[in-house]
Design a protein around this ligand. Structure first.
Ligand SMILES: *Cc1c(COP(=O)(O)O)cnc(C)c1O
Length: 355
């Protein structure tokens, strides 16, 4: 770390910790937050000094642009504790770069690297007791930025707030996930904001996902908006498809979010000597592979669940089951990745960063 990377952060510590009241064995994802949060405001064209304060609500003008025009972006990442009580981040530079890519697309100011990275390390270090040891225990980190400038005129805000909040999480088993292939609704379109982690992308998914839930499906596999013939993402995860022994995932694009899990799994699969092809899979190919038995696995990939195996998909009213298989690529790659994240395997890629 060079000297000009260090940053001064004012810290106001919580007078007492909430940690004793938390049942770490029974956590609902994203529901409980740690003792502290980081705030850094942008005004008069510059980022102000970051502060860490006790986690608490804050005042915001009702005309703030975040409420009216949805200028809001976020990241999702995790901290892990190894057996020596050291705390690690996983590829935080990737989240930092993606955050600023999202900021640019939403006409928001880019956050300085030291505010994002040093801010993360400082607040995680302060709440390191909240990172529990043992596979599956993590601290979910949520950096985000909202437009705080007042006035209901439809133009970019001149004031913003960058924040980091932290939520303890246990790896979750989401139950059996069945998906519907999108035939009408879209998550993203060319020229749109699908490659950004912009808040509006997620609210736009809620209604079609609710319709899928009512039919007994947990998620939607999104297809390209123009033709609905190419498989793109699964819910809010990237998607992998295994046909025979080849693993396919779509190339990232304006419509497909550049997931850190996706890109890490591709590298791990290549390291393990698996056959990986980065290309779009057609819905037609998927249906044919399901019919002739060559379709082995479909799984989502993302920070929250790491991998999420899919047991069945529906297309044009027909449901297709995935087979039960022994040598699951999904589980192998999940194990490869989590071992690196928890420092149980050597990190030959240089992905882990100590807090
Ligand atoms: C966040 C996200 C992903 C997964 O990204 P990770 O960096 O792996 O967590 C995939 N698709 C969408 C739409 C996302 O928002």
């Amino acid at each position: 770390m060079t000297l000009n990377n260090t940053i001064e952060i004012d810290i106001v510590k919580a007078s007492s910790s909430k940690i004793a009241s938390v049942d770490f064995e029974n956590l609902t994802f994203g529901n409980i937050f740690t003792d502290h949060m980081l705030i850094c405001d942008f005004k008069d064209g510059v980022w102000q000094k970051p502060i860490i304060t006790p986690y608490e609500p804050f005042l915001i003008d009702p005309s703030a642009k975040v409420f009216h025009y949805g200028q809001a972006i976020f990241e999702g990442m995790k901290a892990y504790k190894d057996d020596n009580d050291d705390v690690w981040l996983f590829r935080p530079d990737e989240n930092f770069k993606r955050f600023n890519k999202s900021a640019k697309r939403m006409a928001m100011p880019e956050v300085p690297e030291n505010v994002f990275i040093e801010g993360l390390k400082t607040v995680v270090d302060l709440d390191r007791e909240w990172v529990k040891k043992g596979l599956g225990n993590t601290l979910y980190l949520r950096p985000f930025m909202i437009a705080t400038g007042h006035g209901v005129i439809a133009q970019p805000s001149s004031e913003y707030r960058f924040m980091i909040i932290l939520s303890p999480a246990k790896s979750y088993y989401s139950g059996e996930v069945k998906v519907i292939i999108a035939e009408h609704y879209s998550r993203a379109a060319n020229g749109g904001i699908g490659a950004a982690k912009a808040a509006g992308n997620y609210s736009a998914q809620f209604y079609p996902t609710k319709l899928a839930n009512e039919k007994g499906y947990q998620q939607i596999i999104w297809t390209d908006d123009a033709t609905h013939t190419k498989l793109e993402e699964a819910g809010t995860m990237n998607v992998f498809i295994r046909i025979n022994d080849t693993l396919f995932t779509a190339p990232t694009s304006e419509r497909i979010l550049d997931g850190v899990t996706r890109k890490s799994l591709i590298e791990l699969a290549q390291r393990d000597g698996l056959n990986v092809e980065v290309r779009s899979v057609l819905v037609e190919e998927l249906v044919n592979a399901a019919k002739d038995g060559s379709l082995k696995e479909i799984f989502g990939a993302g920070t929250a669940a790491v991998v999420s195996p899919i047991v069945a998909f529906a297309y044009q009213g027909t449901e297709y089951q995935l087979p039960q298989i022994e040598n699951s690529f999904a589980l192998q790659l999940k194990e490869d990745l989590t071992k690196i994240q928890y420092k149980l395997a050597e990190d030959t890629f240089g992905w882990t960063v100590k807090v």
